[in-house]
Design a protein around this ligand. Structure first.
Ligand code: GRF
Length: 194
């Protein structure tokens, strides 16, 4: 009988990376293991909620505005994540600053749309595009207390052409993200299609 394998995906926005992970992993069997994606968001209006629903998946919503302190929000988040006993926790566009309440309890990976350690924090795609560099890229790294600073697990890069606009560069970055993140998840969970 197949055993369950759970990936919790934290997101705040459109959720294209969430959908991509669902398409790659949800309901699929890898050897004796069957994979389930559990989406969790801090925003009741996040676009990813509807995307996940199209696959019959309900998102857990923990609205950060209902919590007076970051720590109490983080404590609820930790409790929720732990209740699923996940094999992996992935942040894909989760727009919250995390406290040690979270980072001391949960091991997670994060997807960031720049070649870290360059362009940490918000608006990384634009900063990278406007930097004058000839390449940009994406990074998957471990989550630590310091923003976008944990161990780098994988990176991929793409050229920034003279003809690129912020929009075309953003599309290139999305494509890279959609390729790289599932690769890292596969590696970390040691998944193959056997
Ligand atoms: C991605 O660019 C990710 O790297 C960043 O937030 C964005 C999320 O996009 N941290 P989506 O919601 O997955 O479409």
């Amino acid at each position: 009988m197949a055993s369950e394998m759970t990936i919790v995906v934290l997101f705040s926005g459109t959720g294209t990376n969430l959908e991509n992970l669902i398409r790659h992993f949800h309901g699929r069997r890898f050897g004796e293991r069957r994979c389930t994606i559990v989406p969790v968001t801090n925003r009741p209006d996040a676009g990813g909620i509807e995307r996940a629903r199209r696959y019959g998946i309900e998102t857990v919503v923990i609205d950060h505005r209902n919590f007076e302190e970051r720590e109490s929000f983080d404590a609820r988040l930790v409790e929720t994540i732990e209740s699923f006993a996940p094999d992996l926790v992935v942040m894909a566009g989760f727009m919250r600053i995390l406290t040690p309440v979270f980072t001391s309890r949960i091991e997670a990976i994060n997807l960031h749309p720049s070649l870290l350690p360059l362009f940490k924090g918000a608006d990384a795609i634009r900063k990278s595009f406007e930097s004058g560099m000839k390449v940009g890229g994406v990074t998957v790294h471990r989550v630590t207390q310091e923003l976008d600073s944990g161990e780098i697990l994988a990176q991929a890069c793409v050229s920034i052409e003279r003809s690129d606009t912020l929009e075309s560069f953003t599309r290139k970055i999305r494509q890279l993200e959609h390729r790289l993140l599932p690769e890292v998840v596969r590696d970390l969970l040691d998944l193959s299609d056997r």
